[in-house]
Design a protein around this ligand. Structure first.
Ligand code: AMP
Length: 190
């Protein structure tokens, strides 16, 4: 079982590369951002709670995220080839909770793949995405807040996963296929 954390700032290409990984390796995919956006669209209680945080560029509280994550993970059953965690974990408590959740099931994260993209480029990509998709949090003001949150709360996870011995750095700037090739080299080496 190849459980993989695809890691990087907003706009680093996690979603795009996840699609390619799903296609090539038949992995399942959990995008916590997608889960939350679908809850908002369906007008659920969780969606109502999440919307305030998302529109403000802030993170949803850890305990809420962790319980959502466990239930999506369990929905894949026991026979899956592995799960791509996209947009989770975003804090050290989330990484610890993920480790514990998988441990309790006899599973683990096999690799954390960091897509490294400079902030200037992230800003450009997210503004363009906002114009094309109309995603409410892809506006300049909210993007700036999300990048601050990334720097302060999420970036420390790189050291955390280095300590776990499973961190892989990939240059996320350049041709999509070169980046995907680098990702495949990591996955094939697990
Ligand atoms: P994303 O689509 O991954 O960029 O997520 C969009 C927004 O959803 C984030 O800016 C957060 O407000 C929220 N979100 C997604 N994943 C998480 C997470 N793991 N922890 C807390 N908030 C999250």
């Amino acid at each position: 079982m190849k459980n993989i954390v695809i890691f990087g700032a907003p706009g680093s290409g996690k979603g795009t590369q996840s699609d390619k990984m799903i296609e090539k390796y038949g992995l399942n995919h959990i995008s916590t951002g997608d889960v939350l956006r679908s809850e908002i669209k369906n007008g659920t209680e969780l969606g109502k709670t999440a919307k305030g945080y998302i529109d403000n560029g802030q993170l949803i509280p850890d305990d809420l995220m962790v319980s959502i994550l466990a239930s999506v993970y369990d929905s894949f059953g026991r026979e899956h080839k592995g799960v791509i965690f996209d947009g989770f974990p975003r804090t050290i408590p989330q990484a610890e909770a993920l480790k514990k959740m998988l441990d309790e099931r006899g599973d683990k994260v096999a690799a954390m793949i960091e897509l490294d993209v400079p902030e200037e480029e992230l800003m450009k990509r997210l503004i363009l995405r906002g114009q094309q998709s109309g995603r409410a949090d892809d506006n300049e003001e909210t993007i700036k807040k999300r990048l601050v949150v990334y720097r302060n709360q999420t970036l420390p996870l790189i050291e955390w996963y280095k300590n776990e011995g499973i961190h892989h750095h990939i240059n996320g700037l350049g041709e999509l296929d070169r980046i995907f090739g680098d990702i495949c080299a990591v996955i094939d080496g697990i």
